[in-house]
Design a protein around this ligand. Structure first.
Ligand SMILES: *[C@@H]1O[C@H](CO)[C@@H](O)[C@H](O)[C@H]1NC(C)=O
Ligand SMILES: *[C@@H]1O[C@H](CO)[C@@H](O)[C@H](O)[C@H]1NC(C)=O
Ligand SMILES: *[C@@H]1O[C@H](CO)[C@@H](O)[C@H](O)[C@H]1NC(C)=O
Ligand SMILES: *[C@@H]1O[C@H](CO)[C@@H](O)[C@H](O)[C@H]1NC(C)=O
Ligand SMILES: *[C@@H]1O[C@H](CO)[C@@H](O)[C@H](O)[C@H]1NC(C)=O
Ligand SMILES: *[C@@H]1O[C@H](CO)[C@@H](O)[C@H](O)[C@H]1NC(C)=O
Length: 366
């Protein structure tokens, strides 16, 4: 099991998925109550059952040994020893002891030091019973995500993060109807966002941050089911207008920072939504901030460095949980709302606008 410090970076991003997965995980024992524990630790609790593990299925063992060869026999996988049982003594491998089929349902390749650059082992897609696939911090992993990944028809959680994997995100992912989350953070992926994902019935969220994805956010992203709560696409090269259809989403977390997106970012706001974080910083958004309705639970509102105009809504001063707020470098104007909840935000949170005035900026001219 991964420790919390190794998971620090992931926790930053995936903590937000916590709410999504709560329903699934909460009936498991050892359910940690801290919101700061990352999803993956929770998912680990859920998916590998620590006691009573028995030998896993011989077909899967064969496939795992094939994967080891395809990875260039890394020293880190020395525990993958054909003479031992492939149950939990093999690094990163877990079997299904619940149904006593002992099929391999869990594979976690974290910090595996590959001797030379290799593609994602093609045999991975032969582990048909995987529910959890986690590949993290393997810079020598290169090449595209195989379209045959759709053969993993039982997959719930898919993570490929901090690798050198490149190419397009395959649209075939939408054939994995069980998928709950996809995390492709910090790779070298290019091309457009896959536009078929909204057909996934229980899908909870995507993290494609830190790639080189281009083009617009698809219109179809407005059609995600109610379970879809996390949209994290920061640090890419996305462009174009935000589709109006996205107003239908009820997200807890949206982070589109550091792209070239334009248009009406107000679609992410709504007083009846469950949104806690809205990060649109460093884009080209242009909309009237005065017309947005603020969700009561808003904790972070980062709109800095856009082209947002209008007057800040009075409702801002009623947000009890707001702890990060920055609207600097926009085209805002008029009186800054006053109130104890807003006192913590200094002049730099409002700086470089068209004509904002009032504390902490100089008083408005009457
Ligand atoms: C499963 O793994 C345990 C160690 O975790 C080992 O002692 C046991 O022999 C393995 N089971 C079988 C059936 O080989
Ligand atoms: C893999 O090997 C490298 C260097 O040999 C080591 O630094 C790293 O901690 C190992 N990773 C794991 C998960 O054992
Ligand atoms: C993951 O990649 C990002 C961006 O390249 C980097 O800043 C971060 O340190 C990496 N994290 C780990 C744990 O390697
Ligand atoms: C949004 O994404 C940026 C860039 O990846 C990151 O630095 C920032 O922490 C994220 N914001 C939140 C609230 O998670
Ligand atoms: C958003 O989801 C929350 C929590 O499920 C629910 O209470 C709220 O009514 C939803 N809002 C909309 C606009 O659907
Ligand atoms: C708000 O954004 C501005 C401009 O990027 C920056 O200088 C300032 O430090 C930010 N304030 C906070 C509290 O992050």
């Amino acid at each position: 099991m991964k420790n919390t410090s190794q998971m620090h970076e992931l926790s930053q991003r995936l903590v937000v998925l916590f709410t999504t997965e709560k329903k699934i995980i909460s009936n498991r024992k050892h359910f940690p109550s801290s919101i700061l524990l990352p999803l993956l630790i929770l998912a680990t609790h859920y998916l590998i059952i620590p006691s009573n593990s028995e030998k896993c299925h011989p077909d899967d063992k064969k496939v795992l040994l094939q994967i080891k060869i395809q990875l260039g026999n890394p020293t880190n996988l020395s525990s993958w020893d054909p003479t031992t049982d492939c149950n939990r003594t093999w690094y990163g491998v877990g079997c299904d002891t619940d149904t006593q089929t002992y099929r391999v349902n869990y594979l976690s390749l974290d910090f595996v030091n590959l001797p030379q650059p290799v593609p994602i082992p093609p045999s991975i897609t032969d582990l048909h019973f995987l529910t959890f696939l986690f590949i993290y911090r393997t810079p020598n992993l290169v090449g595209p995500i195989p379209t045959s990944i759709s053969k993993l028809t039982k997959l719930l959680y898919l993570t490929i993060s901090n690798t050198s994997v490149n190419g397009n995100i395959p649209n075939t992912l939408s054939q994995i109807k069980t998928l709950l989350t996809i995390d492709f953070t910090n790779n070298k992926l290019t091309g457009p966002l896959p536009d078929t994902l909204s057909s996934l019935p229980n899908f909870g969220g995507i993290s494609f941050d830190g790639n080189q994805l281009t083009g617009p956010i698809p219109e179809s992203y407005g059609s995600f089911s109610n379970s879809f709560t996390v949209l994290s696409l920061s640090r890419n090269q996305l462009s174009g207008k935000i589709p109006a259809s996205l107003a239908k989403l009820n997200l807890t977390y949206v982070n589109l920072s550091q792209n070239m997106l334009e248009g009406d970012g107000s679609v992410f706001f709504g007083s009846k939504k469950q949104t806690t974080e809205i990060v649109l910083a460093k884009n080209l958004f242009a909309f009237d901030i005065g017309k947005v309705e603020l969700a009561n639970d808003l904790k972070q509102l980062d709109l800095k460095r856009n082209k947002i105009y209008g007057t800040l809504p009075e409702g801002l001063s009623e947000l009890k949980f707001l702890h990060y707020f920055n609207v600097s470098y926009n085209n805002l104007c008029g009186q800054i709302p006053q109130g104890t909840n807003l006192r913590r935000f200094d002049e730099y949170c409002y700086a470089h606008n068209k004509c904002l005035c009032g504390s902490p900026l100089p008083a408005c001219k009457t």
